[in-house]
Design a binder for this molecule. Structure first.
Ligand SMILES: C[S@@+](CC[C@H](N)C(=O)[O-])C[C@H]1O[C@@H](n2cnc3c(N)ncnc32)[C@H](O)[C@@H]1O
Length: 365
């Protein structure tokens, strides 16, 4: 049995994990378990955008035996540096911990990095080659699981911050969310052709290239298209990628493609930036939503001509949460009437944000 630790967007991360490796069982809001048979979790781990850590089952114990068993696991481990992350309500009381540490040290030399109640800084664990044991609650007992994989946070951060063309005005789609969206679009299959008709700085296309997809992009703004091409060339060199990419200037409602694509994955225009600290008139927001709805409808209609039958659109559809009401943009019924089956929408937003971004999965009917 494996345990996957989900990132800041647990629902979305779980959906991605299930799309790539199969069914999971929820243990806590941030931890799910995955059975060992029939799953290719370890082979697919590096493709995931939403899972931060994977641990393998070692023991299941009652509270009275927890520290004793933890001591045995640490004694048996060959690692010089050891950490414990506690995801349960079990209290790691200092005097019993001290006794356990003393017990380990009579058997072998070990450096205890720390005992943490909130999980460790994963970068630190990865860099210092630390063996980590996780305490996970399961009904009245506890699972002791050893970390076997940690996501490559440095690589995701480099793609976010070191790419040559950056533009915060175009939105700041985190590469991890873009990777999740790509995986939901391809359903985890490699080598697919992905199109982003609002490509901006090319974040979606970059993450698609990282999982061996052919990528096509376009944007209304020629400056953005040039920036996307610069970013994708930088990516190709940095990671020595062999995948093809292409980007051109086009309106999303009139894509100029000479082939059908497997999936459309995109963060479209979200309207002007609205400062949530200031009072905004509902009428102004309603007008923005109306304009966006028109653009999304026009785009979705046009995309039925360039998307393979059964292919997916994974698109962020915003809605605006005002104090006393929610103003939507494009409705699910409209998407259906345009020729799509609505699979799912998962909201993604900061607490109390005015704009809620619904990651919407559609299938071309
Ligand atoms: C939210 S940004 C996309 C940001 C992108 N995901 C990234 O990572 O940089 C939306 C983009 O849509 C473009 N855009 C606006 N209206 C458009 C239209 N009608 N057709 C195509 N692109 C459009 C803008 O120029 C902008 O680059």
């Amino acid at each position: 049995m494996y345990y996957a630790f989900l990132g800041h967007q647990p629902d979305l991360s779980r959906l991605e994990l299930e799309t790539l490796v199969g069914e999971t069982t929820r243990i806590t809001p941030e931890v799910v378990s995955i059975g060992e048979e029939g799953h290719n979790l370890m082979e697919r781990a590096d493709d995931l955008g939403g899972t931060t850590k994977i641990a393998r089952f070692r023991l299941k114990v009652g509270e009275d035996k927890l520290l004793e068993n933890l001591q045995t696991l640490i004694e048996e481990s060959s690692a010089k540096n050891v950490a414990v992350s506690n995801y349960s309500s079990f209290k790691l009381d200092p005097s019993s911990l001290y006794k356990m540490k003393e017990g380990v040290l009579t058997v072998r030399k070990v450096r205890f990095v720390s005992f943490d109640d909130f999980g460790h800084e994963l970068l630190m664990l990865k860099k210092k080659h630390v063996a980590e044991f996780n305490i996970i609650p399961l009904e009245d007992e506890y699972i002791l699981a050893e970390t076997v994989w940690i996501y490559d946070g440095l690589s995701f951060a480099a793609r976010d911050r070191k790419k040559p063309y950056q533009d915060i005005k175009r939105g700041m789609l985190p590469p991890k969310i873009a990777r999740i969206m790509v995986n939901l679009g391809t359903m985890g299959e490699k080598g697919k052709t992905i199109y982003d008709p609002f490509c901006g700085t090319g974040t979606v296309l970059a993450e698609a290239m990282m999982v061996a997809c052919r990528t096509l992009g376009s944007d209304l703004d020629s400056f953005a298209v040039k920036g996307t091409l610069d970013n994708l060339e930088w990516l190709k060199t940095r990671y020595n990628l062999g995948t093809e990419y292409y980007a051109s200037v086009a309106d999303a409602t009139h894509p100029v493609l000479t082939e059908l694509v497997d999936a459309i994955v995109t963060e479209p225009l979200m309207g002007p930036l609205i400062d949530s600290r200031k009072v905004v008139s509902p009428q102004k927001v309603a007008n923005i939503a109306k304009g966006l709805d028109k653009l999304y409808r026009g785009s979705l209609k046009a995309w039925t001509k360039i998307l393979k039958k059964g292919g997916r659109v994974v698109m962020i559809i915003p809605e605006f949460r005002l104090k006393d009401r929610t103003i939507k943009t494009t409705l699910v019924d409209t998407m259906r009437s345009l020729g799509y089956n609505h699979i799912l929408s998962v909201p993604y937003h900061k607490p109390n944000a005015l704009v809620v971004r619904n990651i919407t999965i559609l299938e071309r009917a």
